[in-house]
Design a protein. Structure first.
Length: 262
């Protein structure tokens, strides 16, 4: 029996995995190397989700999307060990999420569920919920509730669900559900610009414009100096809030006094 990896070795291996995932060198085989790294430390689904979500985002930002390096066949292959299979799925499905390719993500997870040798992990099911929620499909709310019973306070999983509620504009009680989810301890730090951005959008949908503007201003203030990755999205949301507030005020009937006491 192989002895368990001790904490210092695991921390070093995890650091190596993150460095490989976010490296700028042009290495088209890095997803497989990353899978080897995570296999080497016997990463659980939470660690895999944290590393793979960041890796998929970093690769996309650098113009090296995982979607150009892996294929659905790589994700659906059944000859690999469970950790490698899960890593490739987390990478590819996360990349589909960041590109908002909800129908494709939905279909791929459904295919994966048919071919997987074991039940799908919590993060993969969260990505499935995102795909459904992003299409405003009501069954996504059922999957969301199922995932929440297992996710505990895992930030990456909760962010996926929050993203789905934000994208699903036609969900019943979607904005209210988003605000409720944002109040969970892992998300309610008050300093996460992405959470504040999504909260601002929900408040706009509910007509709570001044609260939304307060949230988006906090989000902008919480961005690291010089961070341009989401700044444009935050400014755009602020413009939408201002426009929606102004339109609401313009449409509100002006009460004209008749001189007769009411």
């Amino acid at each position: 029996m192989t002895p368990p990896t001790n904490r210092p070795d695991r921390a070093a291996a995890l650091h190596k995995a993150r460095a490989r995932a976010t490296a700028t060198a042009d290495d088209p085989s890095w997803p497989l190397h990353l899978a080897e790294d995570l296999h080497g430390i016997r990463a659980d689904w939470k660690t895999s989700a944290e590393v793979c979500a960041d890796a998929a985002w970093a690769a996309r930002s650098a113009g090296r999307s995982v979607l150009g390096l892996l294929s659905p066949e790589d994700v659906l292959a059944t000859h690999r060990d469970p950790i490698t299979t899960r890593t490739l799925a987390h990478l590819y499905l996360s990349a589909l999420r960041f590109d908002f390719r909800c129908p494709t993500l939905q279909r791929l997870v459904e295919q994966l569920a048919q071919t997987a040798r074991q039940p799908l992990d919590c993060y993969t099911r969260a990505l499935y919920a995102f795909a459904l929620l992003g299409q405003s499909r009501p069954e996504g709310l059922t999957v969301l509730d199922e995932v929440l019973t297992e996710a505990e306070e895992h930030p990456k999983t909760l962010h996926v669900l929050l993203h789905g509620l934000w994208l699903g504009q036609d969900l019943n009680q979607g904005a209210e559900r988003l605000l409720a989810l944002s109040s969970r301890p892992a998300l309610a730090t008050g300093t996460d610009p992405i959470v504040l951005f999504r909260v601002a959008g929900a408040l706009r949908r509910l007509g709570r414009y001044d609260e939304g503007l307060s949230a988006i201003d906090r989000a902008i203030d919480c961005l690291p100096p010089g961070d341009i990755s989401v700044h444009a999205d935050l400014v755009r949301e602020r413009s939408l809030l201002c426009a929606a507030r102004d339109l609401h005020q313009h449409r509100s009937p002006t009460r004209v006094s008749s001189g007769v006491p009411s």
